[in-house]
Design a protein around this ligand. Structure first.
Ligand SMILES: [Mg+2]
Length: 166
């Protein structure tokens, strides 16, 4: 499995199959915040995301935000609103924050999944941490300026890939 190759491609977090995660032995779900759970141009997660998190929790999955967002208050507020744990200043694609979250929950790599909207941060960090990854489409077209630069290369990396739900 290549560094930039996700395990699953799904059009949006609420369409990720919780039952499949459970069947695959997943116990810990690491979640990107911006444009995966909370649109970049919004303050709160949409109801569909909240509902998905509730389904995942009911299925026994542990949930933890792993965010590069440098506003700790944004990350901690979202984590509190969603009732999930968080690691901020994650510096993805470095894998250390993911490993920190895995240690916190006592979850080995083979029982952990990273879900995010960016190939070069979320998928790469997951691969480097040795966990399976799910790439979702960004919720909003609003991105940081340097993310727009990465999106150009991302389109190249995603040539020929089809997303479930599209
Ligand atoms: Mg993101």
């Amino acid at each position: 499995m290549g560094l930039l190759r996700a395990w699953r491609y799904v059009s949006a977090l609420p369409l990720v199959d919780v039952d499949e995660l459970v069947r695959e032995g997943v116990e810990l779900v690491l979640l990107d915040r911006d444009n995966t759970c909370v649109p970049r141009d919004a303050r709160e997660a949409p109801a569909e995301v909240t509902a998905w998190l509730a389904r995942a929790r009911a299925a026994g999955l542990s949930l933890c935000l792993v965010s590069n967002n440098f506003h700790t208050s944004h990350v901690s507020r979202t984590a509190a609103e969603l009732g999930v744990d968080f690691v901020d200043h994650a510096m993805k694609p470095l894998p250390f924050a993911l490993r920190r979250a895995m240690r916190r929950f006592g979850a080995p790599a083979e029982k952990t999944v990273m879900i995010g909207d960016q190939v070069f941060t979320d998928v790469a960090a997951g691969s480097l941490a040795g966990v399976r990854t799910v790439l979702v489409r960004p919720q909003s077209r609003t991105d940081l300026w340097y993310t727009h630069v990465f999106r150009v290369f991302e389109r190249l990396a995603l040539r020929g890939v089809t997303f479930d739900g599209e």
